[in-house]
Design a protein. Structure first.
Ligand code: HEM
Length: 209
């Protein structure tokens, strides 16, 4: 079977979801760890941003992320459409197939996508940021999280991301036959949420200023 033929199958689409999901997860982990440089001061985080630009990883990373997001979304959409079509033949199975987890994943995905657009306008482009100067990452972050509504928006998005990752990691590790997959999913999600949220809360409480 060729690649396109494999993609047409349910297994092929699920494999694409898993591989692109894993790549996005790696970015999220790296980003979360990078953000912790805020605790080492302005020079550390601004210098880290400058370093990433100097070694020219920013544009390849953006293109890779966009490709992964597009494929992750396309496969999710097509899998949902396929399940819905199959369900048409067995009307009474609607409740079982439209499970809580599947609905949470779809809504979570939409919330994360909307957040990323807001986040880029806030901290990358700077239009929605009270400071909004490109390259002054520390000052932008500190200006942002003085406001409770910005902290709230980031908290809701990070928690939505946590639920999404918990389920995604659980499904993927379960497929690989790992018996502790639930614990792994929960553990990865909690560490990522705590790491991301430490920054807005440190600023809001005055620990970082
Ligand atoms: C409290 C949580 C977060 C903080 C403090 C934060 C901080 C930042 C900052 C400061 C930048 C701009 C860096 C620069 O100007 O060089 C950035 C970019 C970015 N962040 Fe976040 N981020 C957070 C959460 C997230 C989450 C949860 C995601 C994904 C779901 C995410 C995805 C991105 C992306 C895609 C970029 C753009 C990278 C680029 O193309 O330049 N961030 N973030």
């Amino acid at each position: 079977m060729d690649t396109i033929g494999l993609y047409r199958t349910t297994i092929g689409k699920k494999a694409v979801m898993a591989v692109t999901g894993a790549a996005l997860l790696l970015f999220v982990i790296a980003h979360m760890i990078g953000n912790l440089a805020v605790f080492s001061g302005a020079d550390a985080i601004d210098g880290y941003g400058r370093f990433l630009r100097e070694i020219n990883v920013v544009w390849p990373m953006r293109i890779g992320l966009l490709g992964c997001i597009a494929l992750h979304f396309l496969a999710a959409y097509q899998l949902t459409a396929k399940a819905r079509k199959a369900r048409g033949k067995y009307e009474h199975r609607r409740r079982v197939q439209g499970s809580y987890a599947a609905r949470t994943m779809r809504w979570g995905g939409v919330i994360i996508a909307l957040f990323v657009v807001y986040h880029l306008l806030d901290l990358t482009v700077g239009w929605l940021n009270p400071h909004g100067v490109s390259g002054e990452i520390y000052a932008n972050v500190v200006a942002d999280f003085q406001h409770w509504y910005v902290v709230l928006a980031y908290t809701l998005a990070v928690v939505a991301l946590g639920f999404h990752i918990r389920h995604g990691v659980w499904s993927a590790t379960q497929t690989l036959g790992i018996t502790t997959s639930r614990v792994i999913g929960l553990g990865v999600a909690v560490v990522i949420c705590a790491g991301f949220l430490s920054v807005p809360f440190a600023v809001f409480t005055g620990l970082v200023s």
